[in-house]
Design a protein around this ligand. Structure first.
Ligand code: FE
Ligand code: FE
Ligand code: MG
Length: 184
């Protein structure tokens, strides 16, 4: 806890610590949602999706570390009991009960969209008041924007691939019929 560093924060520091602890809860839940998603996901394109989920899990854990570090600097304490993650979270946790690739992607896209909105709000709150938190949140927000984009691209690829597979399945019987007619 650096006293001069805290003095230059031009807003209620206790309020800011509460806001950051809510984000801290979000990051842990996001981390676990990705980490578990990578373990349970099933279906086409699974390997590519697992790589993305694992990468994002590592990013969310790094965000949790960044936020905890800032809470410490401000003289606060990061949430000590995981039970409080659920009480304080902005974005919640989506239990991946349906392990199908598309469902996992949709759940995590929703999580990223919530994270983007949450960090956008924190940026507005801290703008010109706490440049350190503002910059940290900007850095995190860049990652969340990239996460949403990555998952939406995966979803687009998945849907394109499934549409092609369906189209091919429809074509096959006709092709066979042609071959059998030629033989006669
Ligand atoms: Fe994050
Ligand atoms: Fe993210
Ligand atoms: Mg990515």
């Amino acid at each position: 806890m650096g006293t001069r560093g805290i003095e230059i924060v031009d807003m209620n520091v206790n309020e800011l610590i509460k806001i950051l602890n809510r984000a801290f809860a979000d990051e842990w839940l996001a981390y676990y949602q990705y980490w578990l998603g990578a373990k349970v996901v099933k279906g086409p394109m699974k390997e590519a999706v697992i790589a993305e989920l694992e990468e994002h899990a590592a990013d969310e854990l790094r965000h949790a570390e960044m936020v905890a570090e800032r809470i410490n600097q401000l003289g606060g304490t990061p949430i000590t009991n995981p039970k409080d993650w659920f009480k304080l979270t902005n974005c919640g946790y989506e239990d991946p009960v349906d392990p199908y690739v598309r469902s996992i992607l949709l759940q995590n896209i929703a999580g990223e969209q919530c994270a983007i909105s949450t960090y956008r709000k924190i940026m507005k709150m801290t703008k010109d008041k706490d440049p350190i938190t503002y910059n940290m949140v900007l850095e995190i927000l860049k990652d969340e924007v990239e996460h949403e984009d990555d998952l939406q691209n995966d979803l687009e690829d998945f849907d394109t691939m499934m549409a092609c597979a369906t189209a091919t399945a429809k074509v096959k019987p006709k092709a066979k019929a042609k071959v059998s007619r030629k033989k006669k």
